[in-house]
Design a protein. Structure first.
Length: 262
């Protein structure tokens, strides 16, 4: 059986590629399993600083494989396994960039939202560009699992409008409502992904992981307690080996020792 997800590591970057264009990169059992395995491998590799999630074919990801879902009971649905993938992306200590050169639907939108950075191509050249839709309600199901990663990204009015209507929207609208960071012309897609990956690789790996955790925390209801917790975190990193190396490198006008060599 041919592999449906590929992993390549070079110069501190792990590229994970969805490669099941025959079914529009649907989240089949095999694709889910391989995606989870490659994510785990990339996150456990000390040489990897940044992860890029991309695809082959004209579609980024069409959501769950409905052929596998038809006729299965609630406990046997593939969606049962999907939260683990979303949580791995969301809580990844390493930054994850989604690179989209084609449509994302349903669970595919959940993958995009779970990544830290997302760059989507507009129409142009021989590409139709990236479009999005929460198509669940139109087949009588609920975008429940993906709402955990999607809703925190979106403007509230946009979330209600798009999840209730299932309307298709483009990359520019996705950027305007917070689902993606940038909508770019197709020719600029890889350059923009590279720009983000290069910037992220400049950050200290432990500091990046802690910053991600900080951004995803639930702040303490008491501001004084929250400030105290953040003060301790800040002081610990100023005193850490990584913080000391970063400050020394800055003073010596050189790159810190964590920056990958090109």
């Amino acid at each position: 059986m041919s592999e449906l997800v590929h992993l390549a590591v070079e110069a501190g970057r792990a590229t994970i590629t969805l490669d099941s264009p025959a079914n529009r990169n649907a989240l089949s059992a095999q694709l889910r399993r391989e995606l989870r395995e490659h994510l785990d491998a990339a996150l456990s590799d000390d040489a990897v600083r940044v992860v890029v999630l991309t695809h082959t074919g004209p579609v980024f990801c069409s959501g769950m494989d409905l052929r596998e879902s038809r006729g299965a009971g609630a406990d046997d649905q593939g969606v049962q396994e999907f939260p683990g993938i979303l949580q791995t992306l969301w809580h990844s200590p390493k930054p994850v960039i989604a690179r989209l050169a084609g449509p994302a639907r349903a669970g595919g939108v959940g993958l995009v939202a779970a990544c830290d950075i997302a760059v989507a191509a507009r129409p142009g050249g021989d590409t139709r560009g990236t479009t999005f839709a929460f198509s669940e309600v139109r087949i009588g199901v609920v975008p429940a699992v993906i709402s955990v990663t999607v809703v925190p990204r979106l403007l509230p009015r946009a979330a209600e409008e798009l999840m209730l209507t299932g309307e298709v929207f483009d990359a520019d609208r996705a950027a305007a409502i917070g689902l993606v960071n940038r909508a770019v012309d197709p020719a600029a897609l890889d350059t923009e992904v590279d720009r983000y990956a290069d910037m992220l690789a400049l950050g200290g790996p432990t500091a990046l992981a802690a910053t991600k955790a900080m951004l995803r925390r639930t702040p303490a209801p008491d501001m004084a307690a929250d400030i105290d917790a953040m003060l301790r975190l800040s002081a610990e990193f100023f005193a850490s080996d990584e913080g000391q190396e970063g400050m020394t490198a800055f003073a010596e006008k050189r790159a810190p020792n964590w920056v990958p060599e090109n």
